[in-house]
Design a protein. Structure first.
Length: 567
């Protein structure tokens, strides 16, 4: 049979049939379609199988076959093969063809500043895809420090100044389009004129933490201590500059996307700090990114901090906190605002002090005039690499306390010690001076030692010589080591014990102040008094006639040091 059809557009078409076959016997049935134009056949499709449908009135759609058709009026001939079959209709459906994305509005040139946070999102109208396919993006030519996400966001901190030709490729998965723009990165501004906004002009000191009013951003000017999209200052003239301020200095307001402010701080102790902001906005989609610069280079940048919709401009609410690993010393904190209008009242930095003494009060162990005797298993609470270092994450022995430090004999000692492991104890030294450190240990091996070091305000300032750990003959025989000297400063500090040579058990440590010359003289005088009492002449008026000599006194001191004390 033949049918005259008019194909509106040349292309690939899917051909299928609605057919019925009520017989299972005989030869296989199929239908072949051929297409003729201008009295000549130009295309013949592969035969389409007609399968048994369960009855002559049970019509089912066959599988489809593709055929390339020319445009225009033409004749399709259907040839039936194999025997009887019924045909209700046939379908010719054009195969969808992917249309490549195209450049629409394109991309505008952008500017950035060296060593300053940068963000740029590919506009929705930069490219168009008539098929409505989702586009993914890549970029080439970006300066060091910048990268692009698949959704078309370029972020980072450019580390070099100059002019960069950026080529952006938009892909629908099959085809792509390209558009370019120029990114001009200005050199880092001279921060010599940037100073903290306080009477002394000195950095804000961060010890355990600090809360700063947002309006106390640094003095310096546009592009140095802040960036504001317009020179005119909106709100109150609480202070000079273009940063908009509300409520007579209460908060930074009228914030625009991409604006930033900076604060010069001095961090007393390196570590992990949490930062949160007090903000207000009746809008969604606002964020703040925190970046920190030291010695002219940004060394850490937070993930964006979500600014909650507080319902009104007067309802200030804290944001979630974000963690920052801060170095010690003077540095600059930058807040970069994204998403649009918000008000910022204050920022709070708090040190995450996760290392604490292992006792009920969490207070440092006191080293006073009597010294300190401490069980070895009372090392500080904290994470691995912070309060201790263990060669593996599995705790051997007993679970006397959390962590991976191996503990023996129901909490009696640190055991299964490997070379290079260490533990720390937070102590409070009442008086600076020279102290003797000794330990109670056990090991059936030779060549073991312990090194003690002291750290204060984030810096190790003293380290002992390695103290030999004696071979005690068995693991059950605990013995005392000799003593090693360590000059300790006064105040709170951390004592680290580093284990050298291999396996040993540590039961306890003893810190004792060395006797001063005054204490030694007092001991000598007391010893002389004891001798006088033994002679029955302690109260005699003829004390000057007492037959004492320097030899007796010196011998008494030496005997005390070598054996049991007479006092």
């Amino acid at each position: 049979m033949e049918y005259t059809i008019n194909v509106s557009q040349a292309g690939t078409y899917e051909l299928s049939f609605l057919s019925a076959l009520g017989s299972q016997g005989g030869s296989a049935r199929s239908i072949t379609a051929s297409f003729a134009q201008n009295d000549g056949t130009y295309a013949t499709a592969s035969p389409v199988s007609v399968n048994y449908t369960g009855g002559w009135s049970a019509f089912q759609q066959t599988d489809s076959v593709q055929v390339e058709l020319e445009a225009g009026v033409q004749v399709v001939r259907l040839t039936f093969n194999g025997g009887s079959q019924d045909l209700a209709s046939f379908d010719l459906v054009p195969v969808a063809i992917n249309t490549a994305p195209v450049v629409d509005a394109g991309l505008d040139d952008q500017t950035a500043t060296e060593d300053q946070a940068f963000s740029f999102t590919i506009p929705e109208d930069a490219f168009a895809d008539v098929d409505g396919d989702a586009l993914t993006y890549t970029a080439s030519g970006l300066p060091s420090g910048l990268s692009m996400s698949a959704v078309g966001v370029i972020t980072g901190v450019p580390t070099a100044a100059g002019s960069f030709d950026i080529l952006v490729t938009a892909s629908d998965g099959e085809a792509s389009a390209e558009s370019s723009f120029t990114l001009t990165v200005a050199g880092a501004p001279n921060n010599d004129a940037q100073t903290p906004f306080n009477a002394a002009g000195t950095p804000w000191v961060v010890d355990d933490g600090i809360t700063l009013e947002a309006t106390a951003f640094d003095v310096g000017g546009e592009g140095i201590s802040y960036s504001d999209n317009e020179a005119a200052q909106l709100g109150d003239d609480y202070r000079e500059g273009g940063v908009d301020i509300t409520g007579n200095g209460t908060a930074i307001g009228w914030v625009d996307d991409g604006e930033w402010v900076e604060y010069t701080i001095s961090v007393e102790q390196a570590g992990t700090y949490s930062l949160s902001l007090l903000t207000s906005t009746p809008n969604n989609g606002r964020t703040v990114t925190v970046s920190v610069e030291q010695d002219g280079a940004f060394y850490t940048t937070s993930s964006p901090v979500a600014v909650p919709n507080t319902g009104s401009w007067t309802n200030f609410t804290p944001t979630e906190a974000v963690e920052l690993d801060l170095q010690a010393g003077e540095q600059v904190v930058r807040l970069t605002f994204s998403g649009g209008s918000m008000d910022v009242q204050s920022l709070t930095l708090t040190r995450e002090d996760s290392q604490t003494p292992f006792n009920d009060t969490g207070t440092p162990w006191l080293v006073d005039a009597d010294g300190l005797a401490l069980d070895a298993v009372s090392f500080d609470s904290g994470e691995a690499g912070e309060a201790y270092s263990d060669s593996d994450s599995v705790q051997s022995g007993v679970t006397f306390r959390d962590g991976s430090v191996d503990i023996a004999d129901e909490g009696e000692a640190i055991g299964w010690i490997a070379d290079g492991e260490w533990v720390e104890y937070t102590i409070n030294v009442e008086q600076a001076g020279t102290y003797n450190l000794s330990f109670v240990t056990t090991t059936p091996h030779n060549g073991r030692s312990i090194t003690a070091s002291a750290e204060q305000d984030g810096t190790f300032y003293a380290q002992s010589a390695p103290l030999a750990v004696p071979n005690s003959g068995s693991w059950d025989n605990y013995v005392s080591t000799g003593a090693v000297e360590l000059d300790l400063q006064a105040g709170e500090q951390v004592l680290r014990l580093t284990f050298n040579g291999g396996s040993m058990d540590l039961q306890s440590l003893l810190i004792e102040p060395q006797e001063t010359s005054t204490q030694q003289m007092a001991s000598l005088m007391t010893f002389e008094g004891l001798i006088a009492e033994d002679d029955g002449t302690a109260d005699s008026a003829d004390d000057d006639m007492l037959p004492m000599s320097d030899d007796v006194g010196v011998e008494g001191v030496i005997q005390e040091e070598q054996g049991d004390s007479l006092l």
